[in-house]
Design a protein around this ligand. Sequence first.
Ligand code: ZN
Length: 306
Amino acid sequence: MTPLFGGIEGGGTKFICAVGTSPDDIRRETRFPTTAPAETLGQAIDFFKQVERDYGRLSALGIATFGPIDPNPASPAHGFILPTPKPGWSNANVLGMLKSAFDMPIVFELDVNGAAMGEWTWGAAQGLDTFLYLTVGTGIGGGVMANGSLLHGLLCPEMGHIMIPHDPLRDPFEGVCPFHNDCFEGLASGPALEKRWGRRAETLPPDHPAWALEAHYIALALANYTLTFSPQRIVIGGGVGGREDLLPLIRRQVQEILNGYVRSPAVAEKIDEFIVHAGLGSRAGMLGAIALAKQATSSVDHENRA
Ligand code: ZN
């Protein structure tokens, strides 16, 4: 029997749970609003319990959750949501609740890292070993794969909160980040667009000056990431980042900002292949959670063989 994997995309507004083996083989999927941890995780557990009654035991479960989280499996805080503005979720023991319900390998990751894993397994980053996935939407965050492994360390990288040049003459908007005001997320997230222009980002027409400014900020960040992480590709998703008309503006401005310094043909000649949209679109997170589960069992097999 084909081993089946469970995946949870745990978002700040909704949870998506799915079971399958690949994008073409999703056997069952459900979504529900994110409420209190016990209620929301209880719904997820009920879903997978029912799936196991119908299909048999799952092989592994991956959860790609909103953060912040502690990526270090040896840390006592691993598996918890760290202090967050999301009501009720600070110090929620997400992994513990799932582990008490299921006896199988469970992988706990940050949402953007899950999406990066999904893009690497089935999407726009297949065959690469160093790339980054960036989401620009309600928030801004990124996951980095470096030399074939997701980058963890002191914390999961917080790529939305980098400081980028902000010219108050061109853009007097003060920013929306509660910690830094005009960091990248403070200037370029969906809520920043809405507050600056007084209307929701998706209602701004393509010729609105908002988009040139947005592309400018995203390009500044991508130029910094290119110089810092040396990615072979940058994959962009999210409600704002996924806009079709934004990519050409971003690519051109990245070239202008780097100004010939990065000699690689990827930037100089093939930027259309260097900065791309997520291949899995809005399904990157959910599929990434399944990819995490799949990878967990292949590493267990590997350990068993070794
Ligand atoms: Zn910030």
